[in-house]
Write a protein that binds this ligand. Structure first.
Ligand code: 9WN
Length: 445
């Protein structure tokens, strides 16, 4: 593959990114990081493929196709497909026991929930780097499984046919401890957590958690929140991961704005893929896709987009980065775009490092804590794409340059960065940071 001609420091940074991806390569899948995340994650693999396409499009295609190994007979593609590894992961197969309810296409163990449907976007980006015949072959292998996944999202998760799919766990949103999800999740904390919380005893739980061995616990979600998320997994397991049963439990159900925004775009890409190989999208799915696009308009108040509680249909009024993704989806009405771009580029969100995951003036804001403030490279990438599609080319370019700069400032390829000083946090040698850096450095991102 041709390597872009770059100034020496950037060329060296790109080499570091390539070596991070090689180090995390497990054959035809890439783990998100060597220690903290030793398996395959759905949306991580998509962002990873978007970077890998510049190195080896066939390897990038394999990354995407390997997600189909985890597909359930009902069409779900799980958020984690467990790799054969002895490395410890805190929410491993023993928490889910999905093999009791189903088998996956490739026999691998998986979780029982999904993650943002970035597959079609990644596939189209990878396809763009291939010859017509290679692309046709790749799309033909991917299409049937991808179509079933989109159909599952509606059949299983939009039972009332209102166009918005519901999520059953914050891990499905990919933004685990974002304030929106934590507010609706905390009331179902296990009794022990609630009791300890009353005596301000989250610390007592710290010793019981395993994820904070790799990363300081104050850079991740609180122990109380983590144990609440484990509790929800238990409820999902008892409800056989079946939405009809889940909706009768205490599990919070959210029509997540970012997930649905990504779905809008994914539906469009799915149509592109279908058209290219002479397949047709079934009328029912076409209708659902139209509805999702329209229903995004129900999530907005005074120009701000929010997620919604599936049961009560009330908006969860937390402003977070999730509410900026309608720009990426292309659903923001033209007369509202200026206002949204102003919000994004205001100091509440925007710094010379990128876009904060929670506005800096929000009481929940913590600069180095996971999805509660730090900036994430995949979010910067999505928002830059949205700015570009609405013709805000300067802002898109600034954001991309700032993202490269913040990664360059430490070279460790961190999982996320403080929007206040650009310092890295979370895991390092993080695959999507490396992959998207490679994409940002290519001329044609
Ligand atoms: C749970 C792998 C994943 C990302 C998520 C991120 C984090 C997992 C965890 O890591 O979540 O899925 O164990 O904390 O929040 O977006 O896909 O990189």
């Amino acid at each position: 593959m041709s390597v872009p001609s770059l100034p020496a420091e950037l060329a060296a940074l790109r080499e570091t990114a390539v070596s991070v991806l090689r180090g995390n390569d497990l054959g035809d899948i890439t783990r998100p990081s060597p220690t903290l995340y030793p398996h395959q994650w759905l949306w991580d693999s998509c962002f990873i493929a978007i970077g890998l396409r510049h190195l080896d499009p066939q390897r990038a295609a394999a990354e995407i196709l390997s997600l189909l190994r985890g597909q359930w007979p009902n069409g779900m593609i799980p958020h984690v497909i467990f790799a054969e590894t002895t490395n410890f992961y805190h929410a491993g197969p023993q928490r889910w026991r999905c093999d009791r309810v189903t088998t996956t296409a490739g026999g691998a163990q998986s979780t029982g929930v999904t993650q943002p449907p970035m597959i079609a976007e990644a596939a189209v980006r990878v396809g763009a780097m291939m010859s017509d015949s290679e692309r046709g072959e790749f799309y033909r292998r991917l299409f049937p499984g991808l179509l079933r996944f989109h159909q599952w999202l509606y059949d299983e998760r939009d039972p009332d046919d209102d166009g918005l799919v519901s999520l059953v766990h914050s891990w499905e949103s990919g933004m685990d401890n974002t304030p929106t999800w934590m507010e609706i999740t905390r009331p179902v904390a296990p009794l022990g957590v609630r009791a300890l919380r009353r005596v301000n005893g989250d610390d007592a739980l710290d010793a019981l958690r395993r994820d904070s061995k790799e990363v300081p616990s104050d850079e991740r979600l609180t122990s109380g929140d983590l144990f609440t998320l484990y509790r929800i997994v238990r409820e999902l397991r008892r409800a056989h991961y079946n939405f009809r049963e889940i909706r009768r439990t205490i599990v919070p159900l959210v029509q997540d704005v970012a997930f649905n925004a990504i779905l809008v775009r994914a539906n469009e890409h799915l149509s592109t893929i279908a058209a290219e190989i002479g397949e047709v999208i079934p009328a029912r799915l076409r209708r659902s896709a139209r509805r999702t696009r329209e229903a995004m308009g129900e999530l907005v108040v005074d120009g701000v987009y929010y997620s919604r509680d599936f049961r009560t249909r009330t908006l969860l009024r937390h402003e977070t980065i999730a509410g900026l993704l309608p720009l990426y989806a292309g659903v923001v009405p033209e007369d509202r775009v200026d206002e949204m771009v102003k919000t994004i580029t205001s100091p509440r969100y925007w710094s010379r490092f990128g876009v904060a995951s929670v506005p800096l003036d929000d009481p929940n804001f913590l600069p180095r804590c996971y999805w509660q403030g730090p900036l994430w490279v995949n979010m910067n990438w999505l928002i830059a794409d949205g700015l570009e599609r609405y013709g805000r080319l300067d802002a898109a370019e600034d954001l991309r340059r700032n993202t490269v700069d913040v990664i360059a400032s430490s070279e460790a390829m961190f999982e996320y960065y403080s929007p206040l000083d650009g310092s890295g946090a979370g895991s390092n040698r993080f695959s999507w940071t490396a992959a998207l850096l490679i994409d940002l450095l290519a001329a044609d991102h």
